[in-house]
Design a protein around this ligand. Sequence first.
Ligand code: XIL
Length: 407
Amino acid sequence: MVDISARERLRLLLGSGAFVLTGCGGGGNNPPSSGSIFQGGGGNPPPPPPPPPPPPPSGNTELVPGLLRDTFRNNFTVGTALSNQRVDAMDPSAQLALEQYSSITPEWELKPDVIQPEPGVYNFSEGDRVVDWALENGMEVRGHALVWHESMPAHFYQGTPVEIRSRLEEYVTTVVDYFRGRVTAWDVVNEVVSADVYRGADGIGPDRRSEMFNAIGSADYIDWAFRAARAADPAALLFISEYDTETQLKRDWLIEILRRLNSRGVPIDGVGHQFHFFLDTDPNQALAAIDAVDNEFLGLINHATEIDVSFYRDPGECWQSRTNCLADLGVAPPPEMLAQQARLLRDLFDGLVMRSSVESVSFWGVRDSDSWLNSSPVERTNYPLLFDRDAQPKPVFHAITDPNYEI
Ligand code: XIL
């Protein structure tokens, strides 16, 4: 059983499209002035009813029951990460992507270490291939990610804060302008919330002390990136992307950062919740992350951006020193674990469809063999996605597309 937020219940009682003004933090119904959805507050007439659900992307006009994209067509776009190598080979994952999904996130081709490996150099060829393939097949594109500490070459941090700012603004402007009209939504910043949650109250937050943070002495790079992206493509939706928002402390720090961005009028359209789960993740905690954004920043969009379910909840030392990691489960995982994965994502999707702020839901890969979790934190067989290594739908696929499927 999944929770439905009080606000969503009220929204449903008031009828679709009726928004309840927020108590704080902006939101509300004012049209964004600085491009930020945050310019809210103050009594306003109820907004007009929401427009009808968008028509299917041009390439996917036929409604086919049981397909992911059509099962949720009136709720949200369903997408997946996909890399050039799969597109070039038109491997089973690319073929399933064409059949089942209506949004593509290039897995690594739009990251800074690919686009700008050297100062002043721009390599768009990798991104162009997967972006244009998606568009040619009627799919939307989520751009990931303009700023991510795990993929920013050192030259981004060289020089004074003024030089770093100028270089970052030039990079974001150039990249967003180049893909203008082709990328629907950008993860402008990725994983900028402190990872110190494991120290609890002793944790230092809300901002990650990344190389960028340390190079300029603050998290102002977040503001710079959003403002440059908005200026470069006013039509693109701009997201702050984060993992572990299903963890209370991480979620609290994210909200604290959103409040700061709001107070500065930073243009932002939504939150991308990565939702990298384990089998024992509580789906209601993930839904609470959506509600936390809704409850304070009504009007912000929520995307689930990188869903997968790892079959290994390793101890910390496995992540820190690759020791004491759980043993490989082998080629065929235990059926009970597959059933647990199915129950988890059925409950998650039952909750997501009840939350109208959720406009896109993406998985981080198509087949289990695609997943980054087969090599992170260690080389090991994982089973995190909807399709098995033979491109067959798993119990979890049926659980979310067929309400009558018995897990
Ligand atoms: C991962 C890709 O899947 C890997 O292929 C790559 O080597 C490293 O990055 N969170 C994110 C994604 O935001 O960008 C990461 O993607 C997975 C974790």
